[in-house]
Design a protein. Structure first.
Length: 222
């Protein structure tokens, strides 16, 4: 049994679970995984066994429950500062935390009109005026990060701050949405999405999502 456990929802649909799970992968910890299928009669009771908030993801460690993806990032950063969840410079860290917090609290039109569904392909669906505004804001954040910070570090693998980190984990579900809904992107944003989708942890998650047996009808738009 591993020292850590990550409790998540369906990999195909649960955007917040993806974020918390990626934080654990970036931290390079050995962890057990519990998947709780969502939108079933027993779901809430099963989640409550692990999560005080009744939401996922939650990280379990030595009797402690850490819920919410950003809290998981900060806890793992405290435990494993050498893992590089946040960038090394103070200015870059502040910026990374700011854009991560914005992702955490914003973009409701994108979330509602383009729910995460990794297995699906819905090109052109969900593109409302509000969704387009959210997409423009998100891609402008990406371009700004790449321009201002990515080249400042020795390791630049095409991610927001060079190496794959917590900020990339926060935006990873958005990248899957852009693919599912066939969103047309500029060259820089498209290159960033390619980098995220090509990361080994993302490939692992996507492969598992494609082989899950569960369906949530409200996320299946056709």
């Amino acid at each position: 049994m591993a020292e850590f456990t990550v409790v998540i929802g369906n990999k195909n649909y649960s955007s917040w679970s993806l974020r918390g799970w990626l934080m654990a992968r970036i931290a390079n910890i050995d962890f057990d995984e519990i998947v709780i299928p969502l939108d079933r009669p027993e779901t809430q009771a099963a989640i409550r066994k692990h999560s005080p908030s009744g939401r996922l993801p939650v990280l379990l460690h030595r009797g402690l429950a850490v819920w919410d993806s950003l809290a998981i990032a900060e806890y793992l950063n405290d435990m494993k500062p050498e893992a590089g969840l946040w960038p090394p410079s103070a200015a870059a860290r502040a910026h990374a935390r700011s854009i991560s917090a914005e992702m955490h609290s914003s973009f409701p039109d994108l979330r509602n009109s383009m729910p995460m569904n990794i297995r699906a392909s819905y090109p052109g669906m969900g593109m409302t005026t509000g969704t387009r505004a959210d997409i423009e804001r998100i891609t402008s954040l990406w371009r700004d990060c790449r321009k201002r910070f990515a080249g400042a570090f020795q390791k630049d693998d095409g991610f927001l701050f060079g190496a794959f980190g917590a900020a990339d984990a926060m935006f990873a579900p958005v990248v899957t949405r852009f693919k599912t809904y066939g969103v047309t992107l500029d060259t820089d944003a498209d290159a960033y999405c390619t980098a995220v989708l090509g990361h080994p942890a993302m490939k692992e998650w996507i492969d598992a999502a494609q082989h899950e047996p569960w369906l949530i009808d409200s996320y299946e738009l056709k």
